[in-house]
Design a protein around this ligand. Structure first.
Ligand SMILES: *Cc1c(COP(=O)(O)O)cnc(C)c1O
Length: 426
């Protein structure tokens, strides 16, 4: 469910005509809906209503915009961060450190120090050398770091290979079979307070079966760890629940189905449960608004060349992802088209042979479900400015990240004196 709807033949973001935003900010531009964010948080909470005091830590990497984070902070969410940058952004947006968990295989000593200074809730460790480093850093600060190990449960999430994280060959977590040994070693590290177990098997999961298999393994491990005397108080079940991208595909499991499964599997665990949803919260709360530059004849279908490109929305190129593409002012006709950006890469293709609204030069199109892993993955490839972002709430809207001038790109580089002074050689 989202709040991008047609009224009198024009797509609105909540109550704001998208064409108004395009006219004032230009295109391409990301547009986020506060009402949709709020609804997704409420639906996820409702799914977990049988669970006592869950910590819902939004996966910041899905959308780190300060206005989005501040909206989620007001709704009581915590944050799952994977870098010091994300940690400091989350705190700056008002998410308290005691609701922040730090994930990732490559945390550096500096990042550990920053997180310890802030007093975060939990570090999710992914290897024994990382545990040793964190213990040293914590000791040097006279602190004890609260930790969980991220377990690699060796289950196939059944999603795209580039967003699967829970198979034994993936880089994430410690092997399930080594878990007891890793926990025993961590207990002997004086800078650590071992408090939990964590798991995250992948993203855009459209089936609960692999999640359930992973959670069963976490439950069994908690029992064995307690039998060995570990005081396990938290279990972090990660994120990964899929969202609907393609209206012709079956709906992914609902937060209610997910919550019912979690409630059933975690019965009697006697831990504080943590969750790290990213896409589920922000995916359908954002669109990428773009303008058609021109339409060019193709061998089979016409190429609709839009002013958004793979540098603005990487998912189709990176993950073969499918985004619904809708005209902001549909004319009632549909036809097959190829939708491409201006970047000089064949991978800069959003859709091939797509049955979609007929559009022509100057028309606006919206890439739906672009709120997660959209703006955050943008780059300046082909020397294109980073995409601006807008947040809508009812009839109000604001630019929450401005489009930087091209001069900023030019001024960002510097030319060493020896080049400037030597003049042109021939
Ligand atoms: C990316 C990530 C998430 C969020 O995944 P979604 O599919 O967006 O819910 C949660 N936890 C960890 C550790 C991640 O890397």
């Amino acid at each position: 469910m989202d709040h991008f709807t047609y009224v009198d033949g024009a797509m609105l973001a909540e109550q704001v005509p998208m064409a108004d935003i395009a006219a004032q900010v230009g295109t391409p531009v990301y547009i986020y809906s506060t009402a949709t964010l709020t609804r997704h948080v409420a639906v996820f909470r409702e799914g977990l209503s049988q669970i006592h005091d869950p910590l819902i830590a939004f996966a910041v990497k899905a959308n780190p915009n300060a206005a989005v984070l501040a909206t989620l902070a007001k709704l009581g969410l915590g944050a799952d961060v994977v870098s010091a940058g994300e940690l400091l952004r989350a705190i700056a947006a008002g998410i308290p450190a005691e609701r922040i968990v730090f994930s990732g295989v490559g945390k550096t000593a500096d990042e550990m120090r920053i997180a310890l200074e802030q007093g975060i809730y939990q570090f999710n460790l992914e290897s024994e050398p990382e545990a040793e480093m964190l213990s040293e850093v914590a000791l040097s600060m006279g602190r004890k770091a609260p930790v969980a190990y991220r377990i690699n449960p060796d289950v196939d999430a059944g999603t795209h290979a580039k967003i699967s994280t829970g198979k034994s060959e993936n880089k994430f977590g410690i092997p399930y079979d080594r878990a007891l040994a890793s926990y025993a070693a961590a207990r002997d590290l004086p800078g650590l307070d071992v408090q939990g177990v964590a798991v995250h098997i992948g993203s855009q999961l459209t089936d609960l079966t692999p999640l359930e298999a992973a959670f069963i393994k976490v439950g069994a491990l908690i029992e064995r760890l307690r039998a060995e005397g570990h005081d396990i108080r938290t279990a972090d079940l990660g994120g990964g629940l899929g969202v609907p991208y393609d209206p012709s595909q079956p709906l992914p499991p609902s937060p209610a189905d997910y919550g019912a499964m979690v409630t059933r599997i975690t019965q009697g665990w006697n831990v504080r449960l943590m969750f790290e949803p990213g896409r589920l919260i922000v995916g359908n709360a954002g669109v990428l608004l773009s303008q058609v530059v021109r339409v060019k004849q193709g061998a089979q279908a016409p190429f609709v060349i839009v002013d958004a490109a793979m540098n603005d929305l990487l998912r189709p190129s990176l993950y073969d992802a499918w985004h619904d593409i809708r005209a902001v002012h549909p004319k009632g006709e549909r036809a097959a088209a190829n939708v491409v950006g201006p970047v000089c890469e064949t991978g800069d293709t959003f859709a091939m042979h797509r049955d979609m609204d007929v559009v022509g030069a100057g028309d606006l199109v919206a890439f739906m479900t672009a709120g997660a892993y959209g703006a955050t993955m943008a780059s300046t490839y082909n020397s294109r400015a980073l995409t601006p972002e807008v947040l809508v709430s009812g009839d109000k809207w604001a630019v929450v990240r401005a489009r930087p001038p091209i001069e900023a790109l030019i001024e960002g580089d510097s030319i060493p004196a020896w080049i400037a002074s030597e003049g042109v050689q021939d």
